[in-house]
Design a protein around this ligand. Structure first.
Ligand SMILES: [Zn+2]
Length: 383
């Protein structure tokens, strides 16, 4: 399993200056290569290298950095093409798509730049890295991360790392290749219902409301409303900064929730049952507009955090059809819209079972997990 670990760098003033000029030089060169790719139509790495390698290298980039810059540009065009094909920029003839196709891809001065092992080496004892820069190799740049991240880096880091500068902070995104852990045969399932008021509710009755996350989102929305009216450069910059901060906060919350759910499943020898994505999208659409504060990327993120944390522990994960999980009684199976008199309450009109609505849904997801697992593993048992 591949995983990206993000660590913060703490460069000295001089080190930060060297990183900054390097990132700028790499992205200037990337913009040159991008313009060439655009005018020549040669957007694949090999062809693009023939046109640009000499010039990119002459801009003070070493052989390795030059190759990475060219690959980065080629990859960006591949991604753009895939996005256009997937309709992410609108249908053919849409203004957004036309705009994207009418000019070369532009890299910001601080856009991420990949470094391989020859350009970047890690010291896991001293917690420092040594990085190639356009003004010479910069040694002993300190980095910090959680104990878990540091351990993962020391054991499994492999391949390239991306140097990133965000809001004046420096980060390295390092790829780790983690060996697969065999999945244990689950003895039952923890059902997880993803929602908005409660980010995640489990069939055990735990409700993770993501302390403060919705409050932060609400505050930022108010601020956005006020700043958007201004539309000045500084207002835009502040908005962007706030958005990133909110995203970091959401990611942190999702990590903590995923960790607790996976730990509980592992401790009790169970698997984890999640809803299929389709259902989540439908539900986000169906809810009141002002509730769509929890963007679907946050759902995807929580799901992916649960998936990889579970995979690392050998905990089974199954995806189930979420249809009617919110209207179905988890005690007697009675399906009725009237079972759900309010946003938070579930009360069965047939057997009288009452529970928090999200917990009831999670219980349905758990039993669908059990049924789904039995079906998909029936062949294993027969063998
Ligand atoms: Zn019932």
């Amino acid at each position: 399993m591949k995983l990206v670990v993000q660590v913060r760098l703490w460069p000295t003033f001089e080190q930060a200056a060297a990183l900054e000029v390097t990132l700028r030089a790499c992205n200037d060169a990337a913009n040159f290569a991008s313009a060439t790719a655009f005018t020549t139509g040669d957007r694949r790495e090999y062809a693009l290298r023939k046109h640009t390698y000499r010039e990119v290298k002459a801009r003070g980039l070493g052989a390795q950095a030059a190759q990475h810059v060219i690959k980065k540009v080629a990859d960006a065009y591949t991604t753009l093409k895939a996005n256009i094909r997937a309709g992410n920029l609108g249908p053919e003839g849409s203004a957004r798509r036309a705009r994207a196709e009418s000019k070369p891809i532009v890299f910001r001065a601080d856009a991420a730049q990949p470094f391989d092992d020859r350009c970047l080496s890690w010291d896991h004892t001293a917690h420092t890295v040594s990085i190639w820069t356009t003004v010479g190799r910069v040694k002993n740049v300190a980095f910090v991360g959680s104990p878990d991240q540091l351990k993962m880096l020391a054991l499994y880091r492999k391949g390239e790392s991306d140097l990133v500068c965000r809001d004046g902070m420096w980060f390295l995104y390092a790829t780790c290749e983690i060996p697969d852990v065999p999945v244990a045969e689950p003895d039952g399932f923890v059902g997880v219902d993803l929602g908005i008021a409660n980010i995640a509710a489990t069939s055990d009755g735990a409700r993770h409301c993501g302390k403060g996350l919705n409050a932060v989102r609400h505050r930022n929305r108010e601020l956005r409303r006020r700043l958007q009216a201004k539309a000045t450069r500084s207002a835009k910059r502040l908005l962007k900064k706030r958005r990133r901060k909110e995203a970091r906060f959401a990611a942190d919350t999702n990590h903590r929730i995923a960790k607790r759910i996976v730990a509980e499943a592992e401790r009790t020898g169970r698997g984890i049952a999640l809803e299929d994505l389709g259902g989540i999208r439908d539900r986000v659409r169906l809810r009141k507009p002002q509730r769509v504060t929890l963007h679907s990327w946050s759902f995807h993120q929580l799901r992916s955090f649960i998936a990889y944390k579970a995979a690392r522990r050998g905990v089974a994960v199954i995806h189930v059809d979420p249809a009617y999980t919110s209207q179905t009684c988890s005690a007697c199976g009675h399906v009725d819209k009237a079972n759900r008199p309010g946003q938070a309450t579930f009360s069965c009109t047939s057997c009288g079972f009452a529970e928090h609505a999200d917990v009831n849904a999670a219980r349905n997801i758990a039993s669908r997990g059990v049924a789904g697992w039995a079906v998909s593993h029936a062949a294993d048992d027969a063998a």
